[in-house]
Write a protein that binds this ligand. Structure first.
Ligand SMILES: C[S@@+](CC[C@H](N)C(=O)[O-])C[C@H]1O[C@@H](n2cnc3c(N)ncnc32)[C@H](O)[C@@H]1O
Length: 247
């Protein structure tokens, strides 16, 4: 999946989260981070959706590591990033010394790395002993809870076919001596209504939607927009994702 292309331009708007949704994730990080200060690695940080929130909430430096030029270009300008340093690079070769980070935050990224075992070995190397690697994503427990998935069955199929299972990810961590210490299901409000959800999904800022052919995407949008039009009073759209913490 090429994140330097069209998706980079739509990602910030198409994947924007309300502040309370971001807080539900930083609250979860707080439960797993422990008291010690030190830098956090935001792996595959994209446009920095979580980077500044982590730096602000915990008062620590955050290194936002992102391979796609287009995504880094969409991040907030240098002067307004707080304690966030953006860096070009991939999870398979993290440009940092051993034990440089107190924790790693990896949101919706491990399914994109080309070499998962190598990436996980790098995370093991750059996180200090006992530091958590916090993996945010949609796995088996929440796959059916993606609020737009029922309108785009082909996209759900792509995710099942292409993305590593949590079992495979856990095996990669186990191979470097890290085990899951926690597995939380966390709810967030993604949109204020079905109409807002449809507008957001229409930006196509999700890799599984980007990989659909245009006809399948248009058909899914027609189904989603019909559901939005049928909504008589707006109901916030909530969804759940998982946070798996490896130590
Ligand atoms: C779905 S986006 C998630 C971005 C961000 N973590 C978030 O939650 O908004 C996936 C990101 O992973 C990045 N990515 C792809 N391959 C990668 C790799 N090998 N190492 C690190 N990041 C990678 C992509 O460029 C993209 O920005």
């Amino acid at each position: 999946m090429d994140y330097s292309g069209r998706i980079a331009g739509s990602y910030r708007a198409g994947r924007r989260l309300p502040p309370e949704a971001v807080s539900s994730w930083t609250d979860a990080v707080a439960r797993h981070l422990g008291p010690a200060g030190g830098a956090i690695l935001d792996l595959g940080s994209g446009t920095g959706r979580f980077s500044s929130a982590l730096a602000t909430r915990f008062g620590v430096p955050v290194v936002a590591l992102e391979p796609a030029d287009g995504m880094r270009e969409q991040a907030p300008p240098a002067g307004s990033r707080g304690g966030v340093a953006m860096a070009a690079g991939r999870g398979e070769a993290v440009p940092a010394r051993d034990g440089a980070f107190v924790a790693v935050w990896a949101s919706q990224v491990l399914h994109h790395v080309d070499d998962l075992p190598r990436c996980v070995a790098e995370l093991r190397r750059v996180v200090r002993l006992g530091g958590p690697v916090m993996v945010r994503g949609t796995f088996e427990a929440t796959g059916a809870l993606v609020p737009w998935a029922r309108y785009f069955p082909e996209a759900a199929h792509i995710a099942t076919e292409l993305f590593p299972t949590l079992e495979e990810i856990t095996a990669a961590f186990d191979a470097v001596g890290m085990q899951p210490r926690a597995h939380d299901v966390i709810w967030q409000t993604t949109a204020g209504s079905m109409g807002e959800l449809a507008a957001r999904v229409g930006l196509r800022a999700d890799s599984t939607l980007e990989l659909l052919n245009d006809d399948a995407f248009a058909a899914g949008m027609a189904r989603l927009e019909a559901a939005a039009a049928a909504e008589t009073s707006p109901v916030p759209v909530r969804e759940a994702l998982e946070l798996v913490v490896f130590v």
